[in-house]
Design a protein around this ligand. Structure first.
Ligand code: 0L1
Ligand code: MG
Length: 262
């Protein structure tokens, strides 16, 4: 690590304030170019600790930048992970207040819920499928705290991978007999199709994203407990939304997830 503890704490407060005040800030590596990967995750962990100390519950984990479309869109080359909060959870059909966000975007995702723990290294798709209780369709509302969504990977990790809100809907199913690789997804904004994809867009199969998360956490001595809710990353590029927009995502075999922005 290159940053001292005080700087980690200061940057966690700075980024959390940007989230809570919905005010964009400059990417933090402009001021701290020496920041390394461990510093970035330490800042994310410090934001998580600030929240849990105030009573926020961690609702699950997320993988980000898991599709080539997203990596291309953001000009980065590796997946990242973050956490989801209880106050970020929105009901299917919810009205989401853009006044509490900076510049939201939506991405269609497939979420997993585990029935058994997973621990890397060496975790693979077979382990994930065996440990999965069910999958469920979800839409993530991301909201980078950085001006104009301009950032690098370390700044994104520190900013809890732009996590803001998430909507779970549709119907949940076990993975038995469900072809997640070929599962089609259609994203509609204001009634028009704006993006289409299949599950394979996420690292070849969404279960690979969970395996990668277990391995990334394993490298830090952590595991995924049974019951963990995991969003595996957008299957399409992220779509910008504003007040007045409505979003419906149709998932083959898994139903729809909808929301509107006010
Ligand atoms: O969930 C994601 O893929 C978001 C990762 C962070 C980058 C972004 O804000 O698009
Ligand atoms: Mg996402």
């Amino acid at each position: 690590m290159n940053l001292i503890e005080d700087t980690i704490a200061h940057l966690a407060e700075h980024l959390e304030n940007a989230e809570l005040r919905h005010e964009a800030v400059r990417k933090i590596t402009d001021e701290y170019p020496e920041m390394d990967w461990d510093d970035a995750y330490a800042i994310q962990d410090a934001i998580r600790a600030r929240k849990t100390a105030r009573g926020t519950r961690i609702a699950g984990l997320k993988m980000g930048l898991t599709s080539f479309a997203k990596m291309r869109q953001m000009g980065v080359s590796e997946p990242v992970y973050g956490f989801l909060t209880d106050y970020g959870a929105c009901m299917d059909g919810a009205a989401i207040d853009t006044g509490t966000l900076i510049h939201p975007k939506v991405e269609a995702e497939i979420a997993f819920v585990l029935k058994a723990p997973l621990k890397g290294p060496g975790c693979h798709i077979g382990d994930v499928l065996a440990a999965t209780d069910f999958v469920v369709p979800a839409v993530e509302v991301i909201d980078s705290r950085y001006e104009n969504f301009r950032f690098d990977l370390k700044s994104v990790i520190a900013d809890n991978t732009s996590s803001a809100r998430f909507v779970v809907g549709g119907t949940h199913r076990g993975t038995e007999g469900l072809d997640l690789k070929n599962l089609g997804v259609v994203l509609e904004k204001n009634g028009e199709v704006v993006a289409t994809a299949a599950g394979a867009a996420v690292l070849g199969h969404p279960a690979n994203s969970v395996a990668m998360l277990a391995n990334m956490l394993g490298a830090r001595g952590r595991e995924l407990p049974a019951g963990t809710f995991i969003m595996t990353g957008g299957v399409t590029e992220a779509i910008a939304v504003a007040a007045g927009d409505s979003i419906t995502v149709r998932y083959q075999h898994l139903g729809t997830v909808s929301m509107r922005f006010t």
